[in-house]
Design a protein around this ligand. Structure first.
Ligand code: NAD
Length: 370
């Protein structure tokens, strides 16, 4: 079995607590010979600022580049809130994403049957929901130039940003969507505003061309972003993969995520291009932040972190069986009624971070059965 080199960056707040539960799962599955993962750990965010006066060190970036994948907890917290923008803990995360060229952000929205009543939508609308949102992560209006705030006289100012995409930027993220669609329902919905934006027009043209040329077996649909927002709330199960740009993806993935309940349940992956050795850079992290309000109290839900690890097995190492095993263990534990504070109903009892992690390992043990 090939040894996998994993770099873990626990970060701040509940990051290290949630990461601890993944490390225990890795130890357990290593011992069960499910895989052979060697873990290295380093600092990012506020933890790195406190020790090294930078949110991430260059040598950590180099380690990340040499690793087979990166697992990140969360960064930030009130202690560092008053620092100038360029020194904030979040810069460590942004630098990782840009230096590793992680241009495709994957966010699944999967409904867990036992938590179906925690959603604000009717159970029949979200039962068996399984959507994957693929958001372009390194281009578009968040990075486009020119940008700024200018004085335009008479006490008036102008704030401006530029929405810009090149053909290559569109094609490389679209390719990720088409490739992943092959192992799902073979349906991609590409989302833009080609009715009012030139960048959206180019987006639609390039995705259509690529689909026709290289992926004729994939059923490609197009939808305007405003309609997609409505459809996600009205009838989310019509979607399988949603492919969209940075700005619309930011908004639509948050909306889709909330269909399924708590922030504590939501994993994510950010992928780069495949290199000459066939390896794709990948960083996996929960959607939630460092949750300073509950940090250090053994209250955090570790499931988002654990599911991020499960995504890593699937998307970086094609270990679908092992990934499904972890998902199944999480499902079973929830079916047995275990809840952390964030996902419990009013009168339900709740368990701690460590108890939830231990219950998932126990369930894995039962599922593996030897
Ligand atoms: P947050 O996600 O940290 O917390 C929002 C709310 O959700 C809090 O009430 C928190 O207790 C709860 N929550 C989040 N994750 C949870 C979990 N696993 N289990 C149980 N409850 C959970 O967002 P925020 O409060 O807006 O930000 C706090 C800090 O995190 C800020 O410094 C922010 O910049 C940073 N942040 C980091 C990331 C990241 O590292 N990717 C993402 C978002 C926010």
């Amino acid at each position: 079995m090939d040894k996998i080199k994993l770099l873990i960056l626990p970060g701040d707040g509940i990051g290290p607590e949630a990461v601890d539960e993944v490390k225990k799962i890795i130890d357990f599955l290593n011992k069960k010979n499910c895989f052979s993962i060697i873990v290295e750990e380093d600092l990012v965010g506020g933890a790195c600022l406190d020790k090294n006066k930078v949110p991430i060190k260059e040598e950590t970036i180099e380690k990340a580049k040499k690793s087979d994948a990166v697992l990140l907890g969360a960064v930030g917290g009130p202690k560092w809130d008053n620092l100038p923008f360029e020194q904030r803990p979040e810069q460590g995360l942004l630098k990782l994403r840009s230096d590793l060229e992680l241009f495709a952000n994957l966010r699944p929205a999967i409904s867990f049957e036992p938590l179906i009543h925690a959603s604000s939508l009717k159970p029949e609308i979200i039962k068996d929901l399984n959507i994957l949102i693929i958001r372009e992560l390194t281009g578009g209006v968040y990075f486009g130039e020119p940008r700024g705030i200018e004085d335009i006289g008479n006490g008036n100012k102008k704030g401006f940003n530029t929405q810009v995409y090149t053909s290559e930027e569109i094609k490389r993220v679209a390719r990720v969507a088409f490739e992943l669609a092959k192992n799902r329902k073979k349906v991609v919905t590409s989302v833009e505003k080609s009715n009012v934006m030139e960048s959206g027009k180019l987006w639609k043209e390039e995705v259509t061309k690529l689909g026709k040329k290289d992926y004729p077996e994939i059923d490609l649909n197009h939808m305007y972003a405003d309609n997609c927002a409505m459809q996600l709330i009205r009838q989310p199960k019509q979607f399988d993969i949603i492919l969209t740009d940075n700005l619309f993806g930011d908004i639509l993935s948050d909306a889709a995520a909330m269909l399924t309940g708590s922030l504590g349940m939501l994993p994510s992956a950010s992928l780069g291009a495949v290199d000459s050795t066939g390896r794709r850079a990948g960083m996996y992290e929960p959607v939630h932040g460092s949750a300073p309000d509950i940090s250090g109290q053994d209250k955090a839900n570790p499931i988002a972190m654990i599911m991020s690890f499960a995504m890593m097995l699937k998307y970086s190492f094609d270990m679908n069986e092992e990934s499904d095993l972890i998902e199944k263990a999480v499902q079973n534990v929830l079916s047995k009624g275990l809840r952390t504070l964030d996902i419990k109903q009013k009168d339900e009892k709740h368990v701690s971070t460590k108890e939830m992690g231990a219950a998932i390992i126990q369930e894995l043990d039962t599922l593996i059965g030897n």
